[in-house]
Design a protein around this ligand. Sequence first.
Ligand code: 3AM
Length: 177
Amino acid sequence: MRLFVGLDLPATLRQRLALLSGGLPGARWVPAENYHLTLRFIGEMPGHRAEEIDLALSTLRARRFSLGVGGVGVFAKGGRPTSLWAGVERSAPLEHLQGKIETALQRAGLAAERRRFTPHITLARLDNAGEARLAAFVQAHNLFRAETIAVAHFTLFSSLLGKEHAVYTAEADYPLT
Ligand code: 3AM
């Protein structure tokens, strides 16, 4: 099973984000049902490890919080833009939850994540998106702001890689208090 921990997003936010799709050649838009915020990518795990991970996550305690979404940005690799995303406000409760998940997963035997946590919601994968068009898109949507959402649980997702898009399934939800 290919796993990751993340936040599921409410339908209102998905609809709002979906309005950003379009008008950018070279963008493969993520379908609205796939929008999520990754808190920690785990990767391929055998079933018994998945169970240990589930157990570790279910003992974690953290508080509910609200999340602000706004702005758009781009990740690049070797100077090439690879993905387009909607920004997520960094906040103490979000960082706290992410840190607790990291600790729980390390306790469950996973190696430490070395990449810095950069909260975002991927909107599109980019293949050869023209630089000027991309810059114009980012500028045009930089003032984008969505309604603040209430986060009351986090989720362990499985991800089945497909030809077009991955299929994400919520395997377990963990309530925040
Ligand atoms: O949340 P986003 O869409 O940015 O790209 C994958 C996706 O990111 C990422 O994990 C999220 C859920 O699938 N991902 C895939 N392989 C990865 C890897 N080897 C990875 N993240 C880190 N390391």
